[in-house]
Design a protein around this ligand. Structure first.
Ligand code: ATP
Ligand code: MG
Length: 310
């Protein structure tokens, strides 16, 4: 059976600037796949090429065996796209917005109404069906945007930062709904810069930095392979540049200092923590709090790129 999506050696330049540098991806059927990367990594550019709104400088996109550049109309029928920016009309109601997008997909009116009702129910928006979108909260707008994106029931769903800007409760609610869509049969590719989101939802994650796919894999496996056993997080009374080289001696990876917070990846915190405290106190710094935690995908990102994600 054909793969839901194959991206082959994709390159994209804008004028002189190359923002995608040979990306290869193969999605498995029914997979939830994440693109994790910082601002400007190239995630949106990649997704726009996959949905056919942007042409690559080089490379191919194949959707369920169909070459997007040769047969864009057929390929696009298989894709639902929810862009980063808002696509809804505030002057229309939720239902009217969905019917509008159904019209763009060529769905007959009576089928469209039925489908729209089902989606409004799935997303818990039935009561707001006849309310103008201008009155919707951020979370409700996002849910309606996703409903609009899948109005034609495509097997492949493309999400660009679906929860950015949402409060924690709306975010969790959306995570549940996205998981359900995936369990009920949609293959999903999602750009995010939230490690928690990627870890929670994705079967596989690709770490993207500066237009390059640095590594891909299951979140747990990536953490095991690239993450340190423990991270010591120090919250200090003030920051100090000299601290980083001093602590690097005890660390098995890059020590990262952000304002008063210092992250030290270590092999075994029990033997190392006393020495670290001694160094910090020796420099005359106060310690407000110490946390010891397991690695996250952010630590994997730091290890592989030398930079922070957020
Ligand atoms: N139309 C364009 N013309 C010129 N440069 C562009 C254009 N679109 C994107 N870029 C540049 O390409 C790079 C990648 O941008 P892109 O929006 O794909 O990143 P991103 O990973 O989605 O970032 P974010 O997390 O901020 O959404 C950026 O440096 C951006 O300035
Ligand atoms: Mg983006």
């Amino acid at each position: 059976m054909d793969k839901p999506l194959i991206v082959v050696d994709l390159w994209k330049s804008f004028n002189e600037k190359t923002v995608l540098k040979g990306i290869n991806i193969e999605l498995r059927r029914n997979e939830f796949y994440g693109l994790l990367g910082p601002n400007g990594a190239g995630k949106t550019t990649l997704l726009r090429i996959i949905v056919g709104v942007l042409k690559p400088t080089k490379g191919k996109v194949i959707v369920n065996g169909i070459d997007l550049s040769r047969n864009p109309i057929e390929a696009k029928k298989l894709i639902g796209y929810v862009p980063q920016e808002n696509i809804l009309s505030p002057y229309l109601t939720g239902l009217e917005n969905l019917l509008y997008y159904a019209g763009l997909q060529g769905i007959p009116r009576s089928d469209a109404k039925k489908r729209a009702r089902e989606l409004l129910e799935f997303f818990g928006l039935e009561e707001y069906a006849n309310v103008k979108v201008a009155k919707y909260s951020g979370g409700m707008k996002k849910k309606l945007s996703i409903a609009a994106g899948i109005i034609h029931d495509p097997p492949l769903l493309i999400l660009d930062e679906p929860t950015t800007g949402l409060d924690p409760a709306s975010r969790r609610n959306l995570w549940d709904l996205l998981s359900r869509l995936n369990r009920e049969g949609k293959t999903i590719i999602m750009a995010t810069h939230y490690t928690e989101e990627a870890e929670k939802l994705c079967h596989r994650v690709a770490i993207i930095n500066d237009g390059v796919l640095v590594v891909e894999g299951n979140p747990l496996e990536l953490k095991k392979k690239y993450g340190p056993p423990n991270i010591i997080e120090l919250y200090l009374s003030s920051s100090m540049e000299e601290l980083t080289p001093r602590l690097s001696r005890y660390s098995i990876g890059k020590v990262v200092q952000v304002d008063e917070k210092v992250l030290v990846p270590v092999e075994d915190y029990r033997s190392i923590l006393p020495k670290i405290i001694e160094e910090v106190v020796g420099l005359g710094l106060g310690i407000r709090r110490i946390e010891i935690r397991e690695p996250t995908l952010e630590d994997v990102f730091i290890k592989l790129t030398g930079r922070r994600l957020e």
